[in-house]
Design a protein around this ligand. Sequence first.
Ligand code: IZC
Ligand code: ZN
Length: 419
Amino acid sequence: MLDTLLVNIGQLLTMDQEGPVRGQRMGVLPLVERAAIGIRNGRVAWIGPSAEAGELEAARRLDCGGRLVSPGLVDPHTHLVFGGSRENEIALKLRGVPYLDILHAGGGIHATVRATRAATEEELLQKAKRHAERMLSYGVTTMEAKSGYGLEVEAERKQLRVVKRLREEHGFDLVSTFLGAHAVPKEYTGQPRAFLQYLLELLPAIRQEGLAEHVDIFCETGVFSVEDSVWFLQEAKQLGFGVKMHADEIDPLGGTEAAVSIGAISVDHVCGASEEGIRRLGEGSAIAVLLPGTTFYLNKEHHAKAREMIAGGAAVALATDFNPGSCPTENLQLVMSLAMLKLRMTPEEIWNAVTVNAAHAIGRGSDAGVLAAGRPADLVVWEAPNYSYIPYHFGVNHAALVMKRGKPVWKRGDFACDI
Ligand code: IZC
Ligand code: ZN
């Protein structure tokens, strides 16, 4: 006896394949046409043709009316927890003041650090919960969350505790990343190494308390150099963390190849990656997490070279980069459209990038991003006839029903279904 049976699915994207998906394989989508999916105890119990589902017993049935069904999306790069917002920087942005100039003048990340330090844990929790709920409404059932707006022990730990509480008390599948190395705080102006040394001393306790799985660093002009970033991440790796790098986002410093060579789980942004960096992405195990929403919102045209990366054998994932400065949106569907337009990725590549590869980029490759017997029943019923329709019809929410562990967690108001 199944708990729930979804029948009459137009296309069921199972994404059932060995991941991460690299190079030309990204152009192939495992799917079943006219499918049904059965759920028991929060996990996928059966997948097959809808015509064969009539014989199965189920406590509840949902006729999907020919709609598209996919795994819940995975957002592998977000700065979910922060105080305040930065709309007061719009005028500077419109005058053409660059992102890094605003940062180095004490605004940008530093402004969010002041707001985050001033907020209570409860305030941060309620705000981050609203953002996470909005992600869920767009079909994202697993997401990463970075710290990095504390830049000192207590405020960083406060952010990490919020992520832990959202996971343990509110049921979000959140993967926590320590990004204390997000900027050099004013207390350490001109001494990035000393600040990194201070952060390293915090890491053993963070690991012991289960506050973060990964460690990340913003490798950028005037923030942390490639040399300092490599040293810091290698130390973090020794302590047992998975490591990630914000690399070659604004200025092309060569962070991409450095991150690949130290065995990073993901290298993120990579807009300015060199030929060598792109070549290394095709050879190493790191996943290239591309964030076209950020390039768009920074009003830049130096988009990541996704076509070259895929041609060179890289595994590409996509993420929102949700944050209050360079990409204030929770909408991963919009990012899928930007990937099509600005990165010239095909719908097939885009779907691999927001499911299986995104899951691998945060160490969730064996749980999220795939629908197959035994996997968690995290899925989305889309108000769409096929998978190409999602990046095509842009800027709106196509999710009709979002299920987490087989239970509806979000439903569009006018979507008629009684489960
Ligand atoms: O708050 O500006 N790039 N970090 C690196 C960010 C953007 C987040 C922010
Ligand atoms: Zn980021």
